[in-house]
Each structure stands twice: as C-alpha cells, then as structure tokens.
Design a protein around this ligand. Structure first.
Ligand SMILES: Cc1ncc(COP(=O)(O)O)c(C=O)c1O
Length: 384
C-alpha cells in the first residue's frame, strides 16, 4: 500500500507511470452485488444489524463453503467482517495469548506478522523454499514447532508468490497439526478462485473433523467479486471460536455496513459465469507475463499457480547500476529506481520477507501490462 500510495502521488503529479502494484482486480464489482446494494438503500436497509452479520448472509456463506470447499459450517459459525483483513485480525486476537508463537511461511502477506504482534504473539518465519515453488512443507514447519506454538498461518494461493499447496502436502500439514494438540490453523483462502494450469485449491478444514475444529477459515469478497472497497470478509470456525470473534466484533466494528452485506448476498447469487470470465482473463495475462519474463535478463521465476501476481527473483541485478547510474544496493532501491527512472511501479519483496524479489501484479489490462513489461525489460537490459 505504501508503494501504491507513492505511485498514485507520482501519477497525481502528472508523471508517466505504469502501476503494477495493485492488490485488487481491475474489473468492476459484479453487477448483481451493486444492484443488491442499491436496492437495499432504496428499501431503507440502513440500520444496525447483528454484529456478526445478517442471518441470510451467514447462511449463504455456509452454503458457499459447503458447495465450493466441502466445508460444513452452521450460520452461527460464520462471522462477517470488515474485509478478510479484520477476520484475520479478530482470529489472531481470540486465538493468541501474549508470548504465543505464530508460524508464518515466508514469503508472506504483509499483515500476518503485524497482526500476530498486535495480539501479543511472536511471528516465527518458516522459509518456503523458492526452488520448491515456494510451497510450505510439513517437514519444515514441524521443525519449528515449540511448546509455545499456537497458530499456523496458511495462505494458498499465496500472495505474493502465487504458490498453491498441493493436496498431498495439505494432507501432510493436516497430519502435523493433528500431532500437536495445542496448534490452530488460520487458513487464508481469499485467492481460492484464482488458480491456473490445473492447480486445485483445497481447504484444510475439509480434511478431518478435528482439523475443522482447530481451523479458522478466512475468505472474503474482495478478490473473487472485485469488491475490495466494500470491505467484506468472513471467518468460519467452530462454534466457540466463532462466538468469540462475534463478541470481539460487537465491541469493535459492530456489523459490516448493512448495505454491503446485501451486496454480498447479491455476489453469491448466480455470478459464477462472471467470476469464471475474470479468472480466464487473469489466466490469459499470466501466460503473457510468464512468456515475456522468460526472455528477460536477471529474471529467475517460479511460475505462480494462483492469485494474480508474479514474484521474480532479481538477485543478479543487485549490486549493478541503474540506467541513471545509481547503485542497486538492495531490492528496495531497485524497485525505487525502476519506478523513478523507468516509470514502472512494482512492490519490493522486503515487505513480504524476501530480499531478492519484486512483486508484479497482473491485475491490469493487457496493453498496460505489455507496456510495463517493455519498461522492465529495457531497465534490466540497461543495467551495468
Ligand atoms: C492474502 C490476503 N489476505 C487477505 C487480504 C485482505 O483482503 P480484504 O481485507 O480486502 O478482504 C488480502 C488483500 O490484499 C490478501 O492479499
């Protein structure tokens, strides 16, 4: 968001900049959601609701989780939150005590460690090896479990790497969790719809009843329905955890905007075709981006299987000089020079826990992507 803000400031100054930092689909919100919201306003549905969300929405989410993910949750086990971000925040708050350890596979989405710390917990990073496609492996995770480990964070498909945990590895991670009775799982599945090339998304809570009891499944409407601004997410968890999250909501945000909740109901009602069309467009762009990056110097890339990012390793560019003669001493400097000199905004890996990568979002129209990749290629070719 910081790099995005800088990019937007440069654009506001009239600078020529292509912005490939976006963490949100570049498509409009699905029309059924927008229509449902307008209808809700017209009908005066503009007052407080139950803190954890209106019952029809919680039922619709439970039905979605059953249909798409093989998960069985009652409406009482769903809490609708201000984005998936607040679902994660609330889950950390109710699961963690001060001093608890939270296993975070790295690279990671920026907010996990900070939210764990806000709950008094200590993030413990476990490297998901690049050579292994950034897939977190049960064996590596197990080596980092201590008497204090409370939560394991899973994010598949992963932001920023695009890694999708294969079903057999998910099963091994499930077995690992079962061997450690104190351990809970926070499974952030917000990119579930964006998978490519035969990759399949799996929900760990669907594997086993005890795993379901110890998992908080996080999802939301931001990515699948292009609804980032509506702030709509949810947590699904066993009754006691869901109730605790509901209590936290009632003392913090109260309900998600009533109108947005109706929009969410609209989004869940017969929009599969639109979602599939958006994913097909992402798939087309992904192919294009992978093809282009393969021909560029300094780029080493693990092809992502999900989400809408590529995360190339640019290690061999570090230590060289930019076209403008600046030393690229680290990946932050590289991303900054790329933005200032080549007019291309990306996100440096430092915020995601790596020192050698940049994240490029392909949530941008193809001509824009092509122009952005031209700039990247020219920049990389001019390094000395
Ligand atoms: C992995 C991941 N989880 C959660 C979120 C939060 O999404 P929201 O709060 O918009 O639902 C994001 C947004 O970028 C994300 O990338």
């Amino acid at each position: 968001m910081a790099f995005d803000a800088r990019a937007k400031a440069m654009l506001a100054q009239g600078r020529d900049l292509i912005n490939l930092t976006a963490g949100e689909p570049d498509f409009p919100t699905v029309p059924a959601a927008a229509e449902a919201a307008i209808e809700a306003i017209r009908a005066g549905f503009t007052h407080y609701t139950e803190a954890a969300g209106i019952r029809p929405l919680r039922e619709a989410i439970a039905a979605k989780l059953h249909r798409d993910n093989g998960l069985q949750y009652a409406a009482e086990e769903i809490a609708v939150t201000t984005g998936a971000k607040f679902a994660l925040y609330a889950a950390f708050q109710v699961l963690c005590d001060p001093g608890d350890e939270v296993l975070v596979p790295s690279p990671y989405w920026v907010s996990y460690p900070e939210q764990a710390k806000l709950a008094g917990a200590v993030p413990v990073f476990v490297e998901a090896a690049e050579a292994d496609g950034f897939i977190p492996r049960a064996q590596q995770l197990e080596g980092r479990i201590t008497a204090r480990t409370k939560v394991l964070v899973l994010n598949s498909p992963c932001n920023p790497t695009g890694a999708v945990i294969p079903q057999d590895e998910l099963a091994r991670i499930g077995q690992l969790v079962l061997r450690h009775p104190r351990l809970y799982v926070l499974s952030d599945e917000i990119y579930e719809k964006m998978v490519y090339g035969g990759a399949r998304h799996g929900s760990i809570a669907a594997l086993d009843a005890e795993l379901r009891r110890r998992t908080v499944t996080i999802n939301g409407f931001s990515k699948a329905y292009a609804m980032t601004g509506w702030r709509l997410g949810y947590a699904a968890a066993d009754r006691e955890i869901a109730r605790a999250i509901g209590n936290l909501l009632s003392q913090t945000t109260s309900n998600v905007t009533s109108v947005a909740q109706r929009a969410a109901l609209g989004a869940l009602d017969g929009t599969e075709g639109e979602v599939a069309a958006m994913v097909a467009e992402f798939a087309r762009r992904r192919e294009h981006v992978l093809g282009r990056l393969a021909a560029m110097p300094h780029v080493r890339l693990q092809p992502p299987r999900g989400a809408f990012y590529v995360f190339p390793n640019l290690r061999t560019a570090l230590g060289l000089r930019s076209p403008g003669g600046q030393l690229l001493r680290d990946v932050d400097t590289l991303a900054l020079r790329l933005m200032e000199e080549a007019g291309l905004a990306t996100v440096p890996g430092s915020g995601f826990g790596t020192a050698e990568h940049i994240r490029i979002s392909y949530a941008a129209a193809l001509p824009m992507l092509q122009a952005g990749l031209d700039r990247l290629e020219a920049f990389l070719r001019a390094l000395a």
